[in-house]
Design a protein around this ligand. Structure first.
Ligand code: ADP
Length: 256
């Protein structure tokens, strides 16, 4: 197979990023973007230089989750400048490039993948300790090709977000097997919306992880404060320091 020249470009461009972490989910709506946002906040809270890249180009929710709706990016000779939440938390999302937040992105595969590649090469991140990449949900070929692509750009690994139900985990198993096949290390599975009515009598993510020999990174409860932090675009840690979910998120960060 011929090497894709864009891959070495992505690799070169992301050389100044120490750790590149993909956040994946089998299905939409399980809290992948919420977890990406709170992981980024938590890592920034530990004084790391953090970038958050939203390539969920069909439903970019990162601007809202970070309180950055309506912001625009500027381009310079070095590339697109990300939008900064704090000095050490930089964000880039397709949402910033859409003229209207309510516009649907209906680009087809090749153009979408082209945009994603551009995102990976053209953002002027500067030196980062962590780049968290919020990926589109799904296990279609098109989606999985993005994972392969990022693998070749030498990501550290993937964090996989799931809710406890079997319907969510069926897709997660596919995703895990795919990562194993292409050699993307699984840094951990995060059980989101835990301790809730979604608890399944059929087992749950922890047991799935044991069976599939992948690390379980911990759980985040279904918690109104977590939802509110997202709605208001805030760091949970800053908005509700008393919430027990703060410690649960910190534990997930420790485990990945
Ligand atoms: P995805 O990125 O997987 O599509 P989102 O992060 O957009 O999912 O989350 C979907 C919805 O669920 C959002 O309204 C979000 O606020 C809410 N949500 C996610 N995780 C939690 C949680 N642990 N507790 C309460 N609400 C949550």
């Amino acid at each position: 197979r011929k090497p894709d020249p864009a891959i070495s470009e992505v690799h070169d461009k992301l050389k100044s990023v120490k750790h590149k972490i993909l956040v994946l989910s089998g299905k939409g709506g399980v809290g992948k973007s919420t977890v990406s946002a709170q992981l980024a906040y938590a890592l920034a809270g530990r004084s790391h230089e953090v970038g958050l890249l939203d390539i969920d180009i069909c439903g970019p929710s990162i601007p809202r989750l970070l309180g950055l709706s309506g912001q625009e990016v500027h381009s310079s000779a070095a590339g697109w400048s990300p939008v900064y939440v704090d000095e050490n938390l930089a964000v880039m999302s397709i949402g910033f490039l859409l003229p209207n937040q309510d516009d649907a992105v209906i680009w087809r595969g090749p153009r979408k993948n082209g945009l994603i590649k551009q995102f990976l090469t053209d953002v002027a991140w500067g030196d980062l300790d962590f780049l968290i990449v919020d990926t589109p949900p799904g296990t279609s070929d098109e989606h999985l090709s993005i994972v392969t692509y990022l693998k070749e750009a030498q990501v550290d690994g993937a964090v996989i977000v799931t809710t406890p139900q079997e319907v969510a985990m069926a897709d997660v198993r596919k995703e895990i097997n795919f990562c194993k096949k292409v050699g993307v290390p699984i840094l951990g599975v995060v059980e989101n919306m835990a301790d809730s009515i979604f608890q399944s009598p059929l087992g749950g993510p922890k047991i799935m992880c044991e069976k599939m020999s992948v690390p379980y990174a911990g759980s985040i409860p279904l918690d109104q404060q977590v939802m509110l932090a997202g709605e208001l675009g805030k760091s949970l840690r800053k908005m509700a320091p008393e919430s027990s979910s703060v410690g649960r998120i910190e534990k997930v960060v420790d485990n990945i």
